[in-house]
Design a protein around this ligand. Structure first.
Ligand code: HEM
Length: 173
């Protein structure tokens, strides 16, 4: 019974929409990181707690890295593509025709942000760690960091919003 339950969770996820465990995991992670990100921006902008901001941003970066890698391995290698998660039973596909095409378009829109985000985040993080002092404080890197930082924030929020949109179109609607 217990093994059956675990197998069911791995195959169908835990949010109750017949997705997959890793898809539900990455959707949950994308929602959970937003409040932490907002808090990190609040502490740097209004409380000037630069060290806390740095540590939170590193933790968020690592969380994203783990979540996205595990998700990609599961979706591409284990399931063989998102189509096989959406249409688990080829004899009675959940999405077909126009609904399938619409989900595909939403996914492609989502991928613009989902693919650019890790690169932008890695660049922002790498440069900040290299250019700010060990005990971080504003300096000559601030101007560029603010531009890269806000661009990274917008990118991850768009990844989250469009990811939820795809999840809704593919598994909930
Ligand atoms: C991807 C990771 C990061 C993102 C998205 C990010 C984002 C931001 C943003 C948007 C601001 C500007 C807030 C404002 O408008 O006042 C900021 C400020 C700052 N961040 Fe980051 N940050 C990241 C990583 C880091 C790291 C790793 C460090 C330290 C090594 C750091 C140190 C700072 C400092 C010192 C400021 C204040 C700059 C100033 O006011 O002159 N950040 N960050």
């Amino acid at each position: 019974m217990n093994r059956l339950y675990t197998a069911c969770i791995m195959k169908n996820g835990f949010l109750g929409h017949d997705a997959s465990f890793m898809l539900d995991f990455v959707v949950t992670a994308l929602v959970a990181i937003v409040p932490v990100l907002l808090y990190s921006l609040y502490v740097v902008k209004y409380q000037k707690k630069f060290r806390l901001h740095r540590n939170l941003q590193i933790a968020l970066g690592l969380t994203l890295l783990v979540a996205v890698t595990a998700f990609e391995v599961d979706t591409q290698i284990i399931h063989g593509g998102w189509e096989n998660i959406v249409n688990k039973d080829p004899d009675s596909p959940r999405l077909s025709g126009e609904a399938y095409q619409y989900a595909r378009s939403v996914l492609h829109f989502h991928l613009i942000f989902a693919i650019s985000t890790p690169f932008l985040w890695a660049t922002t993080l790498f440069l900040a760690l290299k250019k700010f002092p060990g005990d971080p404080k504003p300096g000559s890197h601030s101007r560029l960091h603010k531009v890269l930082g806000w661009a990274s924030v917008i990118d991850i929020v768009m990844t989250s919003v469009t990811g939820l949109w795809f999840y809704y179109v593919a598994f909930v609607a």
